[in-house]
Design a protein around this ligand. Structure first.
Ligand SMILES: [Zn+2]
Length: 245
């Protein structure tokens, strides 16, 4: 025997579901427009110029070639640290500020989403920033979605590795110096995303401190291979404290 559900009730439920879906979709576009752009680059005026490298439709052939060579150089730079890269993010390059603003970039030079997306602003379309964002993609890919979303890797280390592997001389002294720190590092560094973002607003030296702490860790633990091994351990479930001892 079947029980009939009143039509009026069904209509209300259906309307509710559609409403929630619409609000969530609008929410995603609003909060993470870069993720929507990565799924549909053409919706945001991007064109694929090389596999996984997207540029704005209106950029010239010359600009395209320059962008592609920046990405290739960044990948080569990273391979020295990480070995062959495993992450295959979609890379979106904004050549004007409007494009980056539409993707929610704000005042940053670049941004990344897990191992899936890297976005570069006009100011960030250089080898150092490209390598920074691609290093974050690589780290997240290797630790995996679960470890990434549960914050098993402290942000200072994640950012620190991005600055170290991209050899970012805004935050580190040149390779070959015994001490690569530009500022002293405190014993406590913010580990979670919210805490990190809050601290970054008031501490202009936060990135330099993270770079310093990371370079000290690398120097005392045996270079890039030690980082690769920590990342592997974290991927298998160890905590950062255990893995980085
Ligand atoms: Zn970063």
């Amino acid at each position: 025997m079947s029980r009939k559900i009143p039509k009026k009730y069904l209509r209300t439920v259906l309307f509710g579901i559609v409403f929630v879906l619409a609000v969530s979709f609008a929410g995603i576009i609003w909060v993470l427009p870069s993720s929507v752009a990565a799924v549909c680059p053409a919706c945001y005026g991007f064109q694929e110029t090389q596999p996984d490298i997207y540029v704005q439709e209106n950029v010239s052939e010359e600009q395209r070639a320059a962008i592609v060579s920046v990405i290739e150089d960044a990948r080569q730079k990273l391979a020295i640290f990480w070995g062959p890269l495993k992450a295959k993010p979609r890379i979106l390059i904004c050549s004007d500020d409007d494009c980056f603003r539409r993707l929610g970039g704000g005042g940053r030079r670049g941004m990344s989403l897990f191992d899936k997306v890297a976005v570069l602003s006009p100011r960030g379309s250089n080898v150092t920033i490209a390598a920074h964002e691609l290093s974050m993609n690589e780290m997240h890919h290797r630790i995996g979605l679960w470890a990434f979303s549960t914050g098993r890797i402290p942000i200072w280390f994640d950012e620190g590795i991005a600055m170290y592997s991209s050899n970012d001389l805004r935050y580190l002294s040149p390779v070959g110096q015994a001490n690569r720190c530009l500022v002293a590092t405190p014993t406590e560094m913010p580990t979670g995303m919210l805490e990190w973002n809050r601290t970054a607003l008031i501490d202009r030296q936060l990135y330099a401190k993270a770079a310093c702490r990371t370079s000290q860790w690398i120097a005392t633990h045996g270079g890039a291979p030690a980082v690769i091994s920590v990342v592997e351990k974290i991927a298998t479930g160890e905590s950062f404290e255990e893995a980085s001892r």
